[in-house]
Design a protein around this ligand. Structure first.
Ligand code: SF4
Length: 657
């Protein structure tokens, strides 16, 4: 593929060796790069009975097929492994500059197996790769370690670093991998896998040219998109209008959809723009997913988490590689009451919601402080937030006692107790030790399973499936379950996939009542949604580029220009289906049972909420999931891809390459 290097770096930490492998073109033709290349490599090379924390597990860092070509918003890295959290397919995705850095070293991906007998890091530059001693960095938080590793690298070029913090080192199953001083690829327990290999960091200092077949054509597409993105400016001080919008959205039977709205919101506030809207509309879960806004102080929560308050302490905005939108920011938290830190990243909506309304914590300052604690430890905000909310509900209901919680008074909104518990979980100290592996394992130890919100072992993102039943399908059917970044109804409408795909149903107003029914149309929509998401991950694109829609972020034109191909949208969507099917085959190979994965009762509307925008909503999730599997050509009862589907997607042959 002319937009890729055609090479991967394979590292064996047990043997202490590195080698470069050539990847045949057929592989890129079939699955692109990014998550597709990762799925192909891991399916072939991890044995079925491999322990996720053992030497046979492979941790892959994959750069996208469009990364480095000049295509906008293509700097996402996909990190893949067998997940210790779910026992099946695992992946996490992060922005920043790490994905292009892989290509600048001359590789499309770096795959690491084995276990080192002492802490090490991997160093790569134009000359090659070497495994170096990391004793002096082990024990440092992710921000400190990254700074030191960069300083000490001795490279001409400022290196890019992916690193674990305390949580990864301590093998917390909800830990992730950081880059850019605390931006985290958080999901699936990828940090624990890195920690289990005694691999502290990857330090990449290459400066090789990144390939592209027709850079002029790619740049032309980018210029047009950049003009549309840059045109948009919002007047300041509009933050609370988002809460009003949320009230309206909660009451509307159908939602208007337009991907370009992302430009407005994310340029001004980043993902915190979502918080007031989510709280008031029913999208954002409150009080451990148990209440609507009127019962859970929704209006005062929406005021506290007004993103204008965050913008007031923003010192700089930042962009991922090749992104003109720039939804990230740095905040001055030197005057935040709790904090010993002077700076943090602008927290994502997920973090704000998880430590705000989910825990009934009406204190933005504490959330900013927790954000920095999590980023430095390298732990997943979604997973730890759901786990803390579970602990609070258990305590409130007498399932946990102060004796068990090391004296912490875990009450709704008890900010000090929440901070103390977060610190204990990071340090794996006392009561926190049992919570450091996520809510499923904590509930297995202490009880309170009915309050433990997880899907197949992974805690769900901060978007309520009762508000979006289509998302509920993906939360269960996704090979890495519990994810919020794939399959939202609002996303489907915005993407306009019918413009490039002959079988994708037309985007229409997302009607919430209709979405409760299992229908063929819904199944095709959810299939198209998932396939497109895989395509984006194969290309290395950003989720928010996906949401802009194919009329703005022109993936077909981009791929054809960058690779010198001439395929249509249907061809590319088949690639997406192939990647998704390989990920599910990985699950089946490893004994993960898709049919055993269910939404927690609350997320299905059992019992139904008594008030608010989600009042009375009840999902028919099981049947919808079954229809989704069928649409993919997977067994509708077991979720296993059917032999004829595997054959028709050419996967058997692909695995022989
Ligand atoms: S929209 Fe935000 S997360 Fe996506 S590439 Fe741009 S800066 Fe990064």
């Amino acid at each position: 593929m002319k937009s890729c290097t055609g090479k991967i770096l394979v590292v064996d930490l047990t043997a202490g060796t590195t080698r470069v492998e050539q990847i045949p073109d057929e592989v890129y033709e079939a699955v692109l790069a990014g998550k597709g290349l990762g799925a192909w490599y891991l399916y072939k090379n991890i044995p079925a009975d491999a322990d996720p924390m053992g030497p046979e597990n492979i941790l892959g860092f994959c750069s996208g097929a469009l990364t480095g070509t000049g295509a906008l918003m293509t700097g996402r890295v996909n990190i893949v492994c067998k997940s210790p959290l779910t026992g099946g397919w695992g992946d996490a995705n992060c922005g920043g500059v790490f994905a292009p850095a892989i290509k600048q070293c001359g590789y499309d991906a770096i795959f690491v197996s084995g276990i080192s007998d002492k802490p090490v890091y991997l160093y790569c530059d134009n000359k090659g790769a070497e495994i170096r001693d990391a004793a002096e960095y082990w024990g440092m938080d992710a921000v400190e370690a990254e700074r030191r590793l960069r300083q000490d690298a001795g490279s001409q070029k400022k290196p890019c670093v992916a690193v674990i913090g305390e949580s990864g080192e301590k093998l917390s199953l909800i830990s992730g991998i950081c880059n850019e001083e605390g931006r985290i690829a958080a999901r699936s327990g990828v940090g624990a896998v890195m920690g289990s290999k005694k691999l502290k960091a990857l330090v990449l200092a290459g400066s090789k040219k990144m390939p592209c077949a027709d850079r002029v054509k790619v740049n032309k597409i980018s210029k047009e998109l950049g003009r549309k993105i840059n045109k948009v400016v919002l007047p300041p001080g509009m933050g609370l209008s988002l809460a009003v919008g949320g009230v309206g959205m909660g009451r509307m039977p159908a939602m208007p959809l337009d991907g370009s709205v992302i430009n407005y919101l994310f340029k001004e506030w980043g993902t915190p723009s979502n918080t007031p809207t989510a709280i008031m509309s029913g999208d954002g879960p409150l009080k451990n997913w148990s209440a609507g806004p009127s019962e859970a102080e929704g209006p005062s929560m929406a005021i506290e988490f007004n993103p204008d308050k965050i913008n007031k302490i923003e010192t700089a905005k930042y962009h991922c590689y090749s992104c003109p939108l720039g939804c990230g920011g740095k905040l001055d938290i030197s005057k935040v009451g709790y904090s010993e830190f002077y700076e943090t990243h602008k927290p994502e909506y997920e973090t704000i919601q998880a430590f705000g309304a989910l825990c009934m914590n009406k204190d933005l300052d504490s959330v900013l402080y927790i954000n920095e604690l999590l980023n430095r430890a390298g732990i997943d905000a979604i997973s730890i937030g759901n786990t803390v909310a579970w602990a609070i509900e258990c305590y409130e209901n007498g399932i946990l006692t102060a004796e068990q919680t090391d004296g912490l008074e875990l009450r709704w909104g008890n900010t000090q107790a929440i901070i103390a518990l977060v610190k204990k979980i990071i340090a794996r100290e006392g009561f926190g030790d049992a919570l450091a592996d996520g809510v499923k394992r904590a509930a297995a130890k202490f009880g309170g399973e009915e309050y433990a919100m997880h899907v197949g072992g992974q805690e769900p993102g901060m978007h309520d499936t009762r508000n979006d039943p289509q998302l509920g399908i993906h939360m269960v059917a996704e090979p890495a379950p519990g994810k919020h970044t794939i399959g939202m109804a609002i996303q489907y409408g915005a993407m306009s996939l019918c413009d490039i795909c002959s079988w994708a149903p037309p985007a229409k107003l997302h009607n919430k009542k209709e979405d409760l029914e299992p229908t063929e149309t819904m199944a095709l929509q959810s299939k198209a949604n998932a396939a497109y998401s895989m395509l984006i991950d194969g290309a290395g694109g950003c989720y928010y580029a996906e949401m802009m829609g194919v009329h703005m972020w022109k993936i077909v034109d981009y791929l054809n220009a960058a690779a010198d191909w001439n395929y249509d949208g249907d061809h590319y969507m088949e690639i997406g289906c192939r990647i998704q099917t390989i990920r599910q085959m990985f699950n089946i190979k490893h004994g993960y049972d898709p049919a055993a994965v269910v939404l927690p009762k609350r997320m299905q509307g059992e019992p139904p909420l008594k008030a608010g925008p989600l009042k009375g909503v009840k999902l028919n999730n099981k049947e919808q999931v079954s229809m989704h599997w069928k649409a993919f050509g997977w067994d509708e009862k077991t979720g296993a891809p059917l032999a004829e589907t595997i054959e028709s997607l050419g996967i058997n042959k692909l695995m022989e390459v």
